[in-house]
Design a protein around this ligand. Structure first.
Ligand code: GDP
Length: 308
């Protein structure tokens, strides 16, 4: 990821090498190049606008310092702005004062929620926690089985619904089997009674944002009052990241973002837009299909990687 953006920015900075002092025209030309590189990487337009305005202002106001040449100074400014749009500080999970910590996962179908549930459970287990996974995605027949497989790989238990009770939805979506809100609530109760200190609730996603799905996620949220709601987003979705993230923010609200499929060749727009647009921090990154392909997201390290 970010290869093309990285190359473009590096080339832009190279043009500044050897310059003694940057004129306003140099700065404007540089900012134009940065703007084009960000837009080509699918970064959302309002984010690009704010980013380039901030870089321009800081570059114009930068003191000529003995320690850094102008090119290095611009790199430093761009780095600081990248850290800023990526959310600034690293943000880790807020654990509940009284266990269990309830974590709900939300996002479109295929975003990587179920995989993430296993990754998070494994990471928490390795830190000494005792997570329980809850299968409240009853939309796809396979989802419960898939979560059970992931739970087994992570070596953690799973709470799944009993088959049999069905209810139908309106014409907008497929029939929902069972009661996802009830399953989520029962799962959290199970975690409490069996003394699991963390409970991770997987919820249904559809291929596109849909009203019923959003209502279901909002109902689950209301029923289990999670400590964290993690919105999982596929980094490959490019410009759609903004509308999808906004729809989940309005429909469910979330406390943090997980970027999945960062191992792919996405241009990076989703990663660079979502924290700024939603005002929610990116907390984790998913970097592959294995349960260990998972890391805490550090805005400063990601910025350095882009500018490397
Ligand atoms: P869900 O529908 O949101 O629960 O998504 P899944 O967890 O089922 O993931 C959808 C597909 O993406 C599966 O084939 C996963 O193996 C794959 N996947 C999930 N996370 C990653 C990731 O970080 N990198 C890659 N390359 N594939 C992933």
């Amino acid at each position: 990821m970010f290869n093309s953006l990285s190359d473009r920015l590096t080339a832009t900075f190279k043009n500044l090498r050897g310059k003694g002092r940057l004129s306003e025209a140099d700065i404007d030309a540089t900012v134009r190049e940065i703007r084009r590189a960000l837009l080509d990487a699918d970064v959302a337009v309002p984010v690009v606008r704010e980013f380039t305005a901030a870089v321009r202002e800081r570059a114009l106001g930068a003191e000529v310092s003995g320690a850094l040449n102008p090119a290095q100074q611009v790199v430093k400014i761009v780095n600081a702005e990248l850290v800023e749009i990526l959310g600034g500080q690293t943000r880790t999970l807020q654990l509940a004062k009284t266990p269990p910590t309830v974590i709900m996962l939300a996002g479109l179908q295929g975003a990587g929620k179920t995989t993430l549930a296993g990754k998070l459970a494994l990471a928490l287990k390795e830190q000494g926690h005792t997570p329980l996974l809850v299968a409240a995605d009853l939309q796809r027949p396979n989802a419960v089985t898939q979560l059970a497989v992931v739970a087994e790989r992570a070596g953690v238990p799973v709470f799944a619904p009993h088959p049999g009770n069905t209810s139908s939805a309106d014409g907008e979506t497929d029939t929902i089997i069972g009661d996802p809100v009830g399953v989520a609530r029962d799962g959290v109760a199970e975690a409490r009674s069996k003394q699991h200190d963390v409970v991770i609730v997987d919820t249904a996603g559809r291929l596109g944002v849909d009203r019923l799905l959003m209502q279901q996620a909002a109902d689950i949220r209301a029923a289990i009052t999670p400590d964290e709601v993690l919105f999982v987003i596929d980094a490959m979705i490019g410009q759609d990241a903004v509308t999808t993230a906004q729809a989940f923010l309005d429909g469910v609200d979330f406390t943090g973002v997980v970027l999945s499929k960062l191992d792919g060749d996405a241009r990076g727009g989703a990663a660079l837009s979502v924290a700024k647009i939603t005002g929610r921090p990116i907390m984790f990154a998913s970097t592959g299909e294995k349960l260990t392909d998972f890391e805490v997201f550090h805005p400063d390290r990601m910025a350095s990687r882009i500018l490397d």
